[in-house]
Design a binder for this molecule. Structure first.
Ligand code: GDP
Ligand code: MN
Length: 387
């Protein structure tokens, strides 16, 4: 789960990691009010979307007067912001962060991620921070430093010194930097983060160290123990069908193709997507209804697939284990009746109660094709969708 910059900065503040004064605004009146409260210029107006690269896309602007704050706020709110992370369709901006400008001496890059290979928390840093960090990593990888922290022993002063020296920090800021890195590490671990990124972390002309940007991503599987962070979830930033599916505990991801999928088991779902691609078509979604799915979950999954206009045919591939084939068949028939399904259905079913399941489908009067195995299912559904 991602959060906005202004929310990440709120979390930073609670860990005493320095960030500029500021607040979120939803319109230009809000924005000028916040700028008045800040009381000095420049003020920075920043688009709040769940994607980076906003600066280059025109989503970060400096204002030197209240009039300019109001102008930038009006032009950024409502704009369709296209960055290298949003994809070509861009993202509509609904809110902005209005915050105090900072006198930048140097822009650094600092991030923490879990490193699965070493089972450590990896600190990545660079003295060439700012908007071109991707290029730095590609062209001059030696400017990126990495320090591994074993989570069993945690962060120690020597880790901080290693990063600080790697960044060629002036002696005057090493103490403050080390304090920030230590707090960031605790924030990362205590909140089950999968990413914390500050780009840029700036050294100011007054030799202060401040997080000018803040990006956080959390492990979805740990969110049950972070109710406070769950409140930061912004449904505006998520795919509407994904949001609908998450209400029913379905593992669903909307994709670009034309073949809707309903499968039980994430591994089987991946294999089905491969099969569809091998047959020359593209999946419209990933959907794992789960091992212990009920008829109701199947029905909900089916409704979500059917509400997707891209879908030209549906492939149901179920291996009946805990989810028995008759339950699945009932769910499919029920959903198909309620939604007046118009696209063809290809069904491949094996496992517990398969005979009962097939009987229910055969007697349902639905227009469906049965497949003998996965390859057959993939080819049948691809033929229908492509023709
Ligand atoms: P991103 O492009 O989405 O990563 O957005 P950032 O928050 O990193 O902002 C992009 C750039 O805007 C930064 O790298 C800075 O160069 C600039 N910027 C942001 N805040 C300030 C500020 O307070 N003062 C100045 N002078 N520049 C700023
Ligand atoms: Mn940034």
């Amino acid at each position: 789960m991602k959060v906005h910059e202004f929310q990440a900065k709120q979390i930073f503040r609670s860990y005493k990691i320095p960030v500029p004064d500021g607040d979120v605004a939803f319109d230009h009146q809000n924005a000028t009010q916040i700028a008045k409260g800040i009381g000095k210029f420049p003020v920075v107006v920043k688009a709040q979307i769940h994607a980076g690269g906003r600066g280059k896309g025109g989503g970060v602007k400096l204002a030197h007067s209240l009039d300019e704050v109001s102008q930038h706020a009006s032009s950024i709110i409502g704009m369709n912001l296209v960055t290298h992370q949003t994809g070509p369709e861009g993202k509509q901006v609904k809110k902005i962060l209005v915050e105090s400008g900072v006198n930048i001496e140097k822009e650094l890059y600092l991030s923490l991620i879990p490193d699965r290979e070493t089972a450590c928390i990896l600190v990545i840093a660079s003295e060439a921070g700012g908007m071109d960090i991707e290029e730095v990593a590609a062209q001059t990888p030696e400017k990126i430093i990495k320090v591994f922290i074993n989570p069993l022993s945690g962060i120690s002063p020597h880790h901080c010194r290693q990063v600080a020296f790697g960044l060629n920090l002036p002696a005057s800021v090493i103490k403050e930097f080390s304090q920030i890195l230590t707090r960031l590490y605790h924030l990362f671990v205590e909140n089950d983060c999968s990413l914390v990124e500050i780009n840029p972390l700036v050294i100011t002309k007054e030799s202060r160290v401040i997080a000018l940007d803040a990006k956080m991503d959390f492990d979805d599987n740990a969110m049950f123990r972070h109710k406070d962070i769950l409140e930061f979830r912004d449904l505006d930033e998520e795919d509407p069908l994904d949001v609908e599916a998450s209400k029913y505990n379905l593992n669903y991801i909307n994709l670009d193709g034309t073949i809707g999928n309903m499968v039980n088991g994430a591994g089987l779902a991946m294999a089905v997507m491969d099969t569809i691609k091998l047959a020359g078509a593209e999946p419209a979604n990933f959907l794992d209804v789960g091992g212990g799915a009920t008829a109701e979950m199947v029905e909900n999954g089916f409704k979500i697939i059917l509400s997707d206009d891209k879908v030209k045919a549906i492939l149901i591939n179920i291996f009946g284990g805990i989810l028995r084939c008759d339950i699945l068949a009932n769910g499919v028939v029920e959903a198909a009746r309620k939604t007046k399904i118009k696209v063809p259905l290809v069904v491949r079913m094996e496992g517990t109660n398969v005979e009962e399941g097939r009987k229910i489908l055969a007697e349902s009067g639905l227009k469906l094709f049965t497949a003998v195995d996965m390859k057959d299912a993939g080819e049948k559904v691809a033929n229908i969708a492509v023709s």
